[in-house]
Ligand binder design. Structure first.
Ligand code: DAH
Length: 359
């Protein structure tokens, strides 16, 4: 007589010990497959007496069911464990901060422009743009520099092929000031714009590159005066250099497109050969500005008896060098990845007045 209980215990123990689905399946084949042990026992029942056959048949069916049930239960357990392991491996921890691979970085020029936009945008300025290939009229004449004006020689102009400086010539813009003209011609006052962009001069040495960046500011309104200009620049420079006590001074100067014109110095110290912004009793020239010349307003069909305004212009590389301690102007344009690794900024840290300008 077959000992069903002993056989059942043996197979169930084997099934429960199966460590994965493949092992479980091979147990199933060995026990219940076509050539399996239990199947073989069933085949031998033909030689038994009808009495014995009934008894053995019932016992073997019970055994078969017990093994099948154990296999099903083990299968469910193994599948669950497999799924758990996969989920644990595939999970994304959303509480982890992003660690960008410091491969690509934001160029200090782009960073500085974004910082300026963050500060001046907060102060109500909007962004304006103009073409880099400009005509003589917008770059010079409308800015109160008619042909043969000596101030034209202050700027070593790149003329486009076949153009020689006559009215209507095309030039690479020598400053961002022509965007003032374009804005005043296309918009009605009040106006409050900044225009960052590339500018070009035929000049190349340790402190000049043929292409460089400027940002221009323009405010036109009915009661604008030099106090507004000074206050605006002071707020801007304090925010930009993150030095709440920075001092500035306006020195009389000359630009054809402003009257009066001034150059702005910021307070600094140069003790021991080291330049520190916002400390000490020294001064450092940083930008040009003034009240928009009435002749420029007239050229843009704005009545100077009704409207006044101020303008300022500054070099972006210079400000970036001062703020971030970059010693050599020419390195801005070398495209050296090691330099960018060192001086570049994290692409995920967008400058803002709330979140901070730079980290
Ligand atoms: N356009 C001048 C330059 O390139 C900079 C400048 C000075 C712009 C005074 C201004 C200004 O708007 O008022 O040197």
């Amino acid at each position: 007589m077959i000992d069903v209980n002993a056989l059942s215990d043996k197979w169930v123990a084997e099934v429960e010990a199966a460590s994965d689905l493949a092992a479980l399946d091979s147990i199933r084949v060995t026990a219940l497959g076509k050539k399996g042990e239990i199947t073989g026992m069933m085949k031998q029942m033909g030689s038994l007496s009808p009495e014995e056959r009934k008894e053995t048949g019932q016992a073997l069916n019970k055994l078969k069911n017990a093994i099948s049930d154990a296999i099903d239960a083990r299968k469910t357990d193994l599948e669950d464990a497999e799924l758990d392991a996969r989920l644990a491996q595939e999970s994304v921890d959303i509480s982890q901060t992003v660690r960008p691979r410091r491969k690509g970085t934001i160029h200090p020029i782009s960073q500085t422009v974004d910082e300026m936009i963050a500060i001046l945008g907060e102060m109500g300025f909007t962004l304006a743009e103009g073409p880099e290939v400009e005509d003589d009229y917008h770059n010079f004449t409308a800015l109160n520099m008619p042909a043969d004006h000596p101030a034209r020689q202050m700027q070593d102009t790149f003329y486009m092929n076949g153009h020689s400086g006559d009215e209507g010539s095309l030039v690479l813009r020598t400053h961002t000031s022509p965007v003032q003209i374009r804005t005043m011609l296309s918009e009605k006052p009040p106006i409050r714009i900044i225009c960052p962009g590339r500018t070009f001069r035929c000049d190349s040495d340790a402190t000049h590159t043929p292409m460089f960046n400027q940002v221009e500011g323009l405010v036109i309104g009915k009661d604008i005066h030099m106090g507004h200009l000074k206050g605006c620049l002071l707020d801007f420079l304090r925010a930009f250099f993150n030095e709440p006590n920075i001092k500035i001074q306006l020195r009389p100067s000359y630009f054809p497109f402003t009257e009066p014109s001034a150059e702005v110095d910021i307070g600094c110290s140069r003790q021991g050969g080291e330049l520190k912004i916002g400390e000490g009793n020294d001064w450092l020239e940083i930008l040009g500005c003034g009240m928009v010349n009435p002749r420029v307003l007239e050229a843009c069909n704005i009545d100077p008896n009704e409207y006044q305004g101020f303008a300022f212009g500054m070099g972006i590389e210079r400000l970036a060098m001062l703020k971030y301690g970059i010693p050599d102007l020419r390195t801005f344009f070398d495209g050296d990845v090691r330099w960018l690794d060192h001086y570049g900024f994290d692409a995920l840290d967008q400058p803002s007045m709330v979140g901070g300008l730079s980290r």
